[in-house]
Design a protein around this ligand. Structure first.
Ligand code: PMP
Length: 358
């Protein structure tokens, strides 16, 4: 069977090797006579999977003992609320850098919890770029600075991170594990799994231990302390999603780790940006060059009609998921870790041929 040329923004392509391994174990996980999702979350078999996923993440991202790795549900969207609920006090202000729709949404949720401030924004320019680090201004009473490391809808990405004296919180939903990270630069990072980590259903939060407070006033399930003090097993975790996450992490390790992944991602992104740059304005990239995302390549064609023709012909040729987000239109190719480089090169060739024929 030929796999689809899948450029979906999330849920997105998963590594074929992961799907094959899951299929092989589907009916009889580790000779238990059960599927993974039929096992108790208190069983030894499941616990081994759960702990392996945490260990692999720690290893891949070089996460020290200063951090907790926790698994939650509710997607990255629930983190928009949990972060201010857990980190903000009546005396402090949550600072946000606005670089796209997701950071906008994160700020809107924080507004419901406490005081907020915008530390920098590229909204006025139409979210074509990431602000210069020197333009970020935090308030004196800042509880944290929130950034969105990759803007899935606009196709921009941070290539350097703020160096500030307050905790840095990053929504890495659409670029976690796409490159090595220096965890010293962060205090909390979070990601819904459905792009680079696995299927939807599990959300990963990596949080510096000193930020976790046992705030008894918070609802139990909205309190990071509940997760950190119970190894994310206070209640039933999404066992199937965590199993698939563990297989994706194993695949990343087998692929050579984050440096190898980054190299491949750079090559994949270059194939598409080179076509945009060589097209003499036929393809118009949304992101400014120094803010380009290696995960979501966003572009327009000269007119809406031409964009529509491009998308229709691409669909006919078997490319899936190239429509831009419904809020911005245009075209977007999401090229997460698991999108094979051959598929990206096929898309680059398709773009070139379409350009030459139109
Ligand atoms: N943040 C970013 C950067 C995203 O791309 C998304 C989803 N596309 C979200 C947050 C929301 O994630 P979820 O659907 O897991 O709530």
């Amino acid at each position: 069977m030929k796999r689809a040329l899948n450029f979906n923004a999330g849920p997105a392509a998963l590594p074929q090797a992961v799907l094959e391994k899951a299929e092989k174990n589907w009916l009889n996980f580790n000779n238990s006579g059960m599927a993974i999702m039929e096992l108790s979350h208190r069983s030894k078999e499941y616990e081994a999977v759960h702990n392996q996923a945490i260990t692999s993440l720690r290893k891949l991202l070089s996460i020290s003992d200063d951090f907790e790795v926790i698994f939650l549900q509710g997607g990255a969207s629930l983190q928009f609320s949990m972060i201010p609920m857990n980190l903000l006090s009546e005396e402090s202000t949550a600072n946000y850098v606005l670089t796209g729709s997701w950071s906008d949404k994160a700020l809107k949720e924080a507004n419901k919890i406490g005081k907020t401030a915008v530390a920098a924004s590229t909204k006025e320019g139409g979210y074509h770029s990431i602000p210069n680090l020197s333009d970020i201004k935090v308030t004196e009473d800042a509880a944290y600075l929130h950034i969105t490391s990759n803007n899935t809808i606009y196709g921009t990405q941070w290539h350097q991170f703020p160096d500030v004296a307050i905790p840095v919180v990053a929504d890495m939903s659409s670029d976690i594990l796409s490159r090595p990270l220096n965890m010293d630069q962060f205090d909390l990072i979070y990601a819904g799994a459905q792009k680079n980590l696995g299927p939807s259903g599990v959300t990963v939060v990596i949080i510096r231990k000193e930020l976790i407070k046992d705030n008894g006033k918070l609802p139990t399930m909205l309190n990071y302390h509940t997760y950190s003090s119970n190894n994310s097993l206070y209640n039933t975790p999404p066992t199937l999603a965590i199993y698939l996450l563990s297989l994706v992490l194993e695949w990343v390790e087998e692929t050579g780790g984050l440096e190898a992944i980054q190299k491949e991602n750079t090559e994949k992104a270059h194939a598409l940006y080179a076509e945009i740059d060589e097209s003499n304005g036929f393809y118009i990239g949304h992101a400014e060059k120094n803010s380009r995302s290696q995960m979501n390549v966003t572009f327009n064609l000269a007119s809406e009609q031409l964009s529509a023709k491009f998308l229709a012909e691409a669909k006919h040729a078997g490319f899936v998921g190239l429509n831009g987000h419904r809020s911005v239109g245009g075209c977007r190719a999401s090229i997460y870790n698991a999108v094979p480089k051959e598929h990206v090169h096929e898309l680059a060739s398709f773009m070139k041929n379409f350009r030459l024929n139109n």
